[in-house]
Design a protein around this ligand. Sequence first.
Ligand code: PXG
Length: 466
Amino acid sequence: MTITKDIQKIDSAHYMHPFTDHKGLSEKGARIITKANNVYIWDSEGHKIFDAMSGLWCVNVGYGRQELVDAASAQMLELPYYNSFFQTTNVPAVKLAERIVKLAGDNYSHVFFSSSGSESNDTNIRMVRHYWASLGQPERKVIISRNNAYHGSTMAGASLGGMSYMHAQGGLPIPDIVHIEQPYHYHLAPNQDKDAFGIEAAGCLEKKILEIGADKVAAFIGEPVQGAGGVIIPPKTYWPEIQRICDKYGILLICDEVICGFGRVGRWFGSQLLGAKPDLMTFAKGVTSGYIPLGGVVISKRVAEVLIEKGSDFNHGYTYSGHPVACAVALANIDILEGEGLVDKVREETGPYLKQKFAELSNHPLVGGAESCGLMAGFRLMKDKKAHITFDESLEVGMICRNHCFSSGLIMRAVGDRMIIAPPLVITKAQIDEMMTLIYKCLDATLKDLQSMGVMQKDQLSINAA
Ligand code: PXG
């Protein structure tokens, strides 16, 4: 038996994967990823694959960074673990908290650490409710989120998320979490002026606050740009209007920066780009470039002052809050992001270049609503762009395209019929060209399939296949 078959067999017998149809998987066997470097990964059959998803939106500084290995190894020797309970602390956690506060800006003073985005959003729920209780308003409990949001997979994270297929399992959402519509212009109102739609979509928040009663609402949570929902980039009017509404009713604003944070959109945090000043920011993923689990919440002065001055003990924390090795890796990761000017590079060089390439992609007959923000980008596979006709869901066109990506050596995600990318921030312009060539190749192959299935007309030739 080959190594591939061996591992696949054991995988299927013992390893339960996240979000997976195991029957389907064991018939095919899982793809085994064995090594990685820069923007590339390799599987156990030796195939080199362009990872245009940075693992799962996290490997911001690219694979194979010795600096991060050295930071982890030195810290493991010095102090592999100690907790931050019982009035103790450790040096990397302290230094990292200070550094993240500096990157976040004047509005912030503290950081709470966890090991993931989900745990951080659990922290947010407990923290905002504790905040309001400390101010003598314990009835302010409701958290407003959005349809198609992704905030994690724990009970609280999945409840905050707006994925109905997740709510359908395990009796979710938990009480006092409600959802409003997402600002997905191309899907919900393609013919409406985009900026007007942004104001209208944000207006859903005000309507919901009035429906519930402002004195019962604790916070609103949103990803600056929705990631797992399909890279939904809101109109530029959206976030300033959300901020205005939160200010008007005094409710706390939480930006979930798990994907947008640490350079993905060409700023340290997505809210800095999109015009919001959140009271709390969730982070994870890019803080360590995924080399080791770490997450947390950046806390504004407004919230920290209440928790510290007025609050009793905040009875919340994790064994690994402020894990010294994870924090040491995060510090080394931020050194790379700063030292190589990667956030500026996304803002000034690679982000604009990708935007131009994605605009050109719109010439392909299948591509509708192609958009990017920094180094996250997406488009919708359309049956007829002019008439704005989408494909029948049962055709699973996204999966057809994704399968062509896999077999052509490209990792691009399908979310329904949206195709999305978020490559490592070290990607060069030449590598963007290489990625675009692969994207065209997969689109052409998808078009060909749809033509032979009789779903698309034969005369709709792609710009490349002509
Ligand atoms: N918030 C956001 C915005 C996320 O994208 C989480 C919270 C949860 O983080 P943890 O570390 O608990 O997984 C995420 C995670 C996908 C996909 O399909 C995206 C995520 C996780 C798994 C799959 O794009 N994002």
